[in-house]
Design a protein around this ligand. Structure first.
Ligand code: ADP
Ligand code: ZN
Length: 722
C-alpha cells in the first residue's frame, strides 16, 4: 500500500504529495486525513495523508509512524483546503494547518497530552472466596455495584487497601479521557420572542442554502434570535457554528449559550490553553457536541450535518486573516461550507459592512431587519462635545460635560463604560526642543511607550529600549510623553472621583489568562463603577446597570490613512453606544471629538446607519473602492531595497501587459516600509472581474518560486490597505 503525504514544510517547491510505502504493521490503521511522520531527505517530518493507493512503480521509503488514532482532516476539510488554496494562492499545507489547533497541526516539537481519569473495575477472573478485610471488602462491593469507580472515591475509603487490591490483581485500572473543560448541563432559559424576532427566525429556518444579512440595531435581540435558530436545527439533529469576533467572545457570551445548550456546545477562542483547544476540537470531531462558538478559525470546526452558520458582528475585520497565509475571510469559508452542507448562512450586525449591504441590495443576500430594541427600549441619547470649543474648559482629557455625567452616574449607583479609542494610535515619546522621536532601528516605525516597564517598544519586531530623561539628539531634558494611555486616564479619573472604583481593560491588563473574564465578571457584579478600556469594551457586552458610555477621543481612528477608516469609526462608535441603556434604565452617550461635523460621527450620533451608508457609498464609487471594485494587495519584500523595487516594477509591467480593465497602483513604499531590516513595496489592484487574475498571479509566483531574495504576499480583499 502507498500513501501520498503532504509534509509540514511551508515552501512552494515541496508543497505537493510525496509517496511513501505503508509498512504492513501500519496497514490496518492508516487512513486518509491522519498525521504520520516520514523520512524526508535527512530529516524526519510530520505530514498529512492525502491519498491511499495500491501501487506505485517507484522504490519508496517507509512511513515511520502514525501520529493520531482519529482522523484530523476529514473529507470535507481536505476539499475545502484545496478550494482555499486556489482562492488565496497560498500553499496547500498552510491551508490545512490554519484549520487545526496547535496540537493537531503537522509540526514536530512539543506534544500535547491527553488527560485521563483513572477508574477501577473488578477483574473478571476474581474469585470472591478470597479473604478480604473490611475496608477491602467495602471497596470491592462499591466497585461491584457501580461496574467502575473513580480513583479519588476509592482513595478516600482507604489508599492502602486499594493498593493491596491492585497488587493482588483483584481490581484493574481503566483509563478514561478527561476533557480539560467541563460544561454544566443546561438550565433552559428561553425567552418568548417578539414578533420581529419570530419573523427573522422563520425566514431563516424556512430556507436552505441561502445567505441572510440580519441588520439589527444594538440590543434588538439578535443573539436571542441566533439561539432560537440553533435550537430549531438541534431538534432536527443538525449542528451549528456561531462566529463572534475574538474581542466579544467573552465569558458572558459563552455563558449565555451554555445556559441554553449546556454541554452541547464547544468553545474555541484564544483564551484557551493549547490543551483545552485540543480537547474541544476532539469533542467536536467525535460528534460529541452540536454547537461550536468561536472566533475566526472556528469556521473550520469539523461538525457534521451543519444546519446553520452564523457570523455575529459580520463587519468585524477580525474575520479576515490578514497577517499570515492563507489570507482568507471567514465569511467566504462559511459560504463554501454552506454549499457542501446545504445549509444557510446568517450574517448579523448593527453596522453591517458596506460590501454585505450592497450584496443584499443586489439580491445576492437576503436582507432581514430588527429595527428596534426589544421591549420598545429606545436607543441611547448621544451628545457630541466639540473639543475645539471645550478645549479651554477641559480637566485633563475630560470635558466638563463628560465629567459631570460620570459623576451623576456614579451618585445614582449606576455604571459607566469609557472608551479610549486607540485604533491606529499609540503613545510615543518626542523631544519638545528638537522634535526628535524614537524609532525602531530594524523597522520603520515609531516606538511606543510602555509605562509599566518604562520602556519604548516596537510593535513589529519586539525591539525595546529604556527611556531616558535626556534627548539623544539635542541632549536637552525635554522629552515629552505624547498620546494617552488608559493608565493616564485612570489616574485622572481617580483625582476627580476619588471614591469611584475603576477597572482598566486593555491589551496590557488582559494579557494574563483569565483576566478578561474576571474583569467582566466583577464589573457585572458591580464591584466597579467604571469600566475603562480600549476597543475591547465596545463589543458584545451586555450589562443592565450601564447607563452612560463616554468616548474620550473619537478621532484617532478617523485619521488612519485607510479607505475604511470612516466605516470603522462609525461602527466603533455605534457599537460602544449600544452598550448603554440595555435594560429598564435609559442610557446616554457622550462623544468627545475634534471633528463634530464629520459624517461618521454625526450619523453615529443619530443612529442613522442608512444615511451613513449612502454617503459612504458615494465616496467609494468616486474613489473606485469596494464594494464598487474589488481590491487586491500585493506585497513585495526583501533585504535589498533597490533590487526589490526593480522587481516590483517588472511585476507591475507584467500585470499591465496581461490584465485588461484592471487599475494598477504602485509600486510604492508600504505604509510600514521597513520591518526587521526587510523592505516592503506594495502594488494595489482594483478590478471588477477576477477570472484572469489568478492565472496571471500564479505565473508570477511560479517565476519567483526559487528566488530566495524576494518574497511576494498576495491579499485578496484586504481588510486594510496600509
Ligand atoms: P443584540 O445581540 O442584538 O445586541 P441581545 O440578544 O443581546 O441583542 O438582546 C439584548 C437584551 O434583550 C438581552 O439582555 C436579552 O436577554 C434581551 N432580550 C432579547 N430578546 C428578548 C425577548 N424576546 N424578550 C425579553 N428579553 C429579550
Ligand atoms: Zn522593530
Amino acid at each position: 500500500m502507498i500513501a501520498g503525504v503532504l509534509v509540514e514544510i511551508a515552501n512552494k517547491s515541496v508543497d505537493k504529495v510525496f509517496d511513501y510505502h505503508v509498512p504492513s504493521s501500519l496497514e490496518n490503521d492508516i487512513k486518509v486525513g491522519i498525521r504520520v511522520s516520514v523520512p524526508f531527505g535527512k530529516m524526519v517530518l510530520e505530514g498529512f495523508v492525502l491519498e491511499l493507493k495500491d501501487s506505485s512503480s517507484l522504490e519508496l521509503k517507509d512511513i515511520i509512524e502514525i501520529i493520531d488514532s482519529d482522523i484530523v482532516l476529514n473529507k470535507e476539510l481536505l476539499e475545502l483546503g484545496k478550494t482555499i488554496q486556489k482562492r488565496t494562492l497560498s500553499l496547500l499545507i498552510s491551508c490545512y494547518q490554519v484549520m487545526l489547533p496547535k496540537a493537531l497541526k503537522a509540526r514536530r516539537g512539543k506534544e500535547i497530552s491527553i488527560k485521563y481519569d483513572i477508574y477501577y473495575a473488578l477483574n473478571p477472573d476474581y474469585q470472591s472466596e478470597l479473604l478480604l478485610n473490611a475496608l477491602q471488602q467495602q471497596i470491592v462491593d462499591l466497585v461491584k455495584q457501580n461496574k467502575s469507580v473513580h480513583k479519588k472515591e476509592l482513595l478516600s475509603i482507604s489508599s492502602s487497601s486499594l493498593k493491596t487490591l491492585l497488587k493482588k490483581n483483584i481490581l484493574i485500572e481503566e483509563k478514561r479521557e478527561h476533557y480539560r473543560i467541563q460544561y454544566q448541563t443546561n438550565s433552559i432559559e428561553k425567552k418568548e420572542l417578539t414578533d420581529d424576532q419570530k419573523k427573522v427566525v422563520s425566514a431563516v429556518t424556512n430556507s436552505s442554502n441561502q445567505t441572510f444579512l440580519l441588520y439589527g440595531v444594538t440590543g434588538s435581540g439578535k443573539t436571542e434570535v441566533y439561539m432560537e435558530i440553533i435550537d430549531y436545527y438541534l431538534s432536527l439533529g443538525r449542528s451549528s457554528i456561531v462566529l463572534v469576533p475574538e474581542i466579544s467572545l467573552t465569558p458572558q457570551m459563552i455563558e449565555r449559550f451554555q445556559r441554553r445548550f449546556g454541554n452541547q456546545i464547544a468553545a474555541l477562542h484564544s483564551g484557551l490553553s493549547d490543551g483545552e483547544k485540543y480537547d474541544e476540537w476532539r469533542r467536536i470531531s467525535r460528534g460529541e457536541v452540536s454547537i461550536v462558538i468561536g472566533a475566526r478559525s472556528a469556521i473550520f470546526a469539523p461538525l457534521q450535518n451543519l444546519g446553520i452558520i452564523i457570523l455575529d458582528e459580520e463587519h468585524s475585520d477580525s474575520y479576515k486573516q490578514s497577517d499570515a497565509n492563507p489570507r482568507y475571510h471567514a465569511r467566504d469559508v462559511a459560504i463554501l461550507r454552506s454549499e457542501t452542507h446545504h445549509c444557510s448562512v446568517l450574517l448579523g450586525s448593527a453596522t453591517p459592512s458596506l460590501e454585505s449591504v450592497a450584496r443584499a441590495q443586489e439580491g445576492v443576500y437576503q436582507l432581514l431587519e430588527l429595527p428596534n430594541r426589544v421591549n420598545g427600549r429606545s436607543l441611547p441619547q448621544v451628545s457630541i462635545v466639540d473639543m475645539n470649543e471645550s478645549f479651554k474648559k477641559m480637566r485633563g482629557h475630560f470635558s466638563l460635560e463628560l465629567l459631570e455625567a460620570i459623576k451623576t452616574c456614579f451618585h445614582n449607583h449606576e455604571q459607566c463604560i469609557l472608551l479610549l479609542n486607540r485604533r491606529g494610535y499609540a503613545s510615543f515619546v518626542t523631544c519638545k526642543n528638537c522634535g526628535f522621536t524614537f524609532k525602531c532601528p530594524n523597522c520603520d516605525i515609531t516606538l511606543t511607550y510602555h509605562k509599566s516597564s518604562n520602556t519604548l517598544r516596537c510593535h513589529y519586531c519586539g525591539y525595546g529600549e529604556r527611556v531616558y530623561k535626556e534627548c539623544p539628539h539635542c541632549h536637552e531634558k525635554s522629552l515629552n510623553n505624547l498620546g494617552i494611555g488608559t493608565q493616564r486616564i485612570e489616574e485622572e479619573l481617580k483625582e476627580y472621583l476619588p471614591d469611584s472604583r475603576i477597572v482598566r481593560m486593555d491589551y496590557d491588563t488582559t494579557s494574563k489568562k483569565g483576566m478578561h473574564e474576571k474583569m467582566i465578571e466583577s464589573f457585572k457584579n458591580y464591584e466597579y463603577d467604571i469600566l475603562l478600556g480600549t476597543q475591547m469594551v465596545a463589543k458584545g457586552l451586555d450589562f443592565s446597570n450601564v447607563t452612560l458610555v463616554g468616548v474620550i477621543n473619537a478621532d484617532t481612528s478617523l485619521n488612519i490613512p485607510d479607505f475604511r477608516s470612516s466605516e470603522n469609526t462609525f461602527a466603533l462608535l455605534s457599537q460602544v453606544a449600544g452598550r448603554s441603556g440595555r435594560s429598564e434604565k435609559e442610557g446616554k452617550v457622550i462623544i468627545q471629538t475634534f471633528n463634530p461635523d464629520h459624517y461618521a460621527i454625526s450619523y453615529a450620533k443619530e443612529h442613522d446607519y442608512l444615511s451613513f451608508y449612502k454617503k459612504e457609498m458615494e465616496i467609494r464609487k468616486h474613489l473606485k473602492y469596494p464594494p464598487y471594485y474589488y481590491l487586491c494587495y500585493l506585497r513585495i519584500s526583501g533585504k535589498d531595497a533597490s533590487y526589490i523595487f526593480s522587481e516590483a516594477l517588472k511585476i507591475k509591467r507584467s500585470l499591465e501587459r496581461n490584465l485588461e480593465a484592471v487599475i494598477i497602483l504602485g509600486p510604492s513604499n508600504a505604509m510600514v516600509f521597513k520591518v526587521n531590516q526587510i523592505y516592503r513595496y506594495q502594488i494595489l489592484l482594483k478590478y471588477k472581474k477576477d477570472e484572469e487574475l489568478y492565472s496571471v498571479f500564479s505565473k508570477i509566483l511560479e517565476h519567483y518560486q526559487t528566488n530566495q531574495k524576494i518574497r511576494i504576499d498576495i491579499d485578496f480583499n484586504p481588510s486594510q490597505v496600509l
